[in-house]
Design a protein around this ligand. Structure first.
Ligand code: RIB
Length: 351
């Protein structure tokens, strides 16, 4: 097919895909000149560059990124693995990652491990097979072996939100224990003395550290640590709901609950409301994350704010730097949390 028939074919909406050779013929240059312009791999005269760019535009030529990727054994794609894509915290972190990546000409593949270690490993292999440039990783559980394996395979990696102990790897997280202390001290300052805590997944660092912060605040105020007031959740709505029903049935129920994430705090509010317990008059509730949902609960949720966008943006920045330099020492970034007071916490009820 001659070049002009070819362009006419395109003019009829033909599905012909222009090749580098077509561009070279229309521009009157060699294929290697077109390749150097497309890949910016060698200096080309302005005249030839303009001829190539004009021919590419006329033909609607798009570089074959798959072929480029196979040659480079790398794509301009970043992989992200989260343990629960339905949790707005991870959705908001993912948005920050996508914003930051797109600005640097990277696209993002989001994988949901659903808290399952086998699925988590399977997805890391899928991402590596798809030649991602690097991975942003939120651990589904104890993931030391997997992260060490990725390091050995020289996969650029940043661990986000949940520390993976025993491995030298770039990490971005917030000061979870600090947030636990802030939440509990806020309730103590409101006069509460029977403060319950609903923990998240015990096998990941954020929950354990937030509980430590809760216990540290109680001890710092000479309040007893009552095991009956510490219940195990899983960072999902239902576990906060069930734990709250259990707590409110105690002979001496708590007057305040610190839930180790916002979804469980929403479950708390739902259970208390169902039982006719008024928030915050009869029960105060504090969450952790400050996802956008927290402003729209009834009543709006007092919570510990994580710098969610900053977590995603910083993790992405660190990963792009790691892609360019695999050998630099691992970096460990801990960001501050902040108390965000709304209307789900109030003074301890008068008995
Ligand atoms: O809400 C999900 C929780 O898991 C968040 O608090 C985040 O810190 C992650 O650990």
């Amino acid at each position: 097919m001659g070049i002009w028939q070819y362009i006419k074919c395109l003019g009829r909406g033909g599905a012909v895909i222009a090749t580098m050779r077509d561009v070279a013929r229309l521009a009157g240059v060699s294929v290697s000149t077109v390749s150097h312009v497309v890949n910016n791999s060698r200096a080309v005269s302005d005249e030839s560059r303009q001829l190539v760019l004009q021919a590419m535009e006329e033909l609607g030529y798009r570089p074959n990124t798959l072929a480029q990727s196979l040659r480079r054994q790398k794509t301009n794609t970043i992989g992200m693995i989260v343990p629960d894509s339905a949790n707005p915290f991870f959705a908001e972190v993912a948005r920050a990652i996508e914003d930051t990546s797109f600005a640097k000409n990277y696209s993002v593949i989001l994988c949901n491990s659903e808290g399952n270690l086998e699925k988590q490993r399977a997805y890391t292999n899928v991402l590596i097979d798809n030649l991602v440039a690097g991975i942003l990783f939120v651990a589904a559980g104890v993931s030391t072996e997997l992260v060490e394996d990725l390091r050995q395979r020289r996969v650029p990696l940043v661990v986000v939100d949940r520390e993976v102990p025993g491995v030298e790897v770039d990490t971005v997280m917030t000061h979870h224990a600090q947030g636990g202390r802030l939440a509990t001290q806020h309730l103590i300052d409101l006069g509460h003395r029977r403060i319950a805590c609903i923990a998240g997944n015990s096998e990941v660092s954020p929950s354990a550290e937030r509980v430590t912060g809760y216990q540290d605040a109680l001890s710092a105020n000479d309040l007893p640590i009552d095991d009956n007031l510490l219940l195990k959740g899983d960072f999902r709505y239902e576990s906060g709901y069930q734990a709250t029903r259990q707590l409110l049935c105690l002979n001496s129920p708590p007057t305040a609950i610190f839930a180790c994430n916002d979804l469980m705090a929403v479950g708390c509010i739902s259970a208390a409301t169902e039982l006719g317990v008024r928030i915050p008059d009869q029960l105060s509730v504090v969450g952790f994350d400050n996802v956008r949902l927290a402003s729209f609960t009834n009543p709006p949720l007092t919570t510990i704010a994580q710098p969610i966008f900053e977590i995603g943006a910083l993790a992405t920045k660190m990963l792009l730097e790691r892609i360019d330099d695999l050998k630099a020492p691992a970096r460990f970034k801990i960001l501050d949390t902040d108390l965000c007071v709304r209307y789900s916490s109030g003074p301890v009820p008068n008995d």
